[in-house]
Write a protein that binds this ligand. Sequence first.
Ligand code: PEP
Ligand code: MN
Length: 346
Amino acid sequence: MIVVMSAAGTEAQRNAVIARLVDLGLRGQEIVGESRTVIAVLGNVYPELRDELGTMDGVDEVLRVSKPYKLASREVQQDDTVVRLPHGVAVGGGRPVVMAGPCSIESESQLWEAARGVRDGGAHILRGGAFKPRSSPYSFQGMGVPGLQLLRRAGDEFGMPVISELLSVRDVAAVAQYSDVLQIGARNMQNFVLLEEAGKTGKPVMLKRGLAGTIEEWLLAAEYILNQGNPNVILCERGIRTFETATRNTLDLNAIALVRRLSHLPVISDPSHGTGKWYLVKPMSMASLAVGADGLMIEVHPSPDHALSDGAQSLTPANFAALMRAGAALGAALGRPFADMPQRVA
Ligand code: PEP
Ligand code: MN
């Protein structure tokens, strides 16, 4: 349920609505939009509440939200969410951003070469995994905290915000200390305790879609983060499991276009994990931008054939630069050019 306040509604009237909700054992969250201010009613609502709230001063109308997710829904917030990061980088709101870097942080020299390559190629955000969710316990598990420290230094040196995966509640403090965005990986999309802990940090969170997550389950997972009072949520489509085995996953372009309609949250496309094949990354990046993705996440390794994880889907810096040139041309044609480059000083 949402309470739409009249354009002339006062702060006192909004506070009275929120206080009334608290008295009823519910919670109200104010969402200030360009054209209207609404109060989202959170908790177990009942039909009579609509009339009870509708008679309060300053209330224009009370509407039922038809979707099970509330804070993530466009019914509740019409304007796009824009997640603001250091170096003046904004995710959402029109101009696509590109996150790029290695699947795993492997060493200082590997990360520096990758960071230089993606920065020169036009990336806005540097990615790199320090805690890796590997299918086999015998595969490289990531460098852990020393890897995060390298990522932070590389981001500062090359002038880019950084993103890294938060794999477990065990690591919340460390990842929140060193990374500008906390990535929740596909395997953790429904780890609700982890989502709540990530939300509580107040840091931007990028929530990847689960391997078998429906769009509704994905948006409900986002709701767990938003419900902690953290509005800085970015979604990421990274491919789902289907009967098809010719590609690693099936990048769901429907989901990108549909989620842009259902939700105000920015949606990033990850064609690296979505395809598993480096030569499909550029075409599926172009397709993602064409259907309205708010950005891309691209795995880049200075020497993909030596990568400790996901080499087959990683681009060389030269191939990444070619992708960015194609994306710039497409962006110009679509009227949605890439965001400006990050500013050097935060
Ligand atoms: C990654 O980004 O390297 C990763 C592990 O992604 P996903 O959770 O989508 O598999
Ligand atoms: Mn990877």
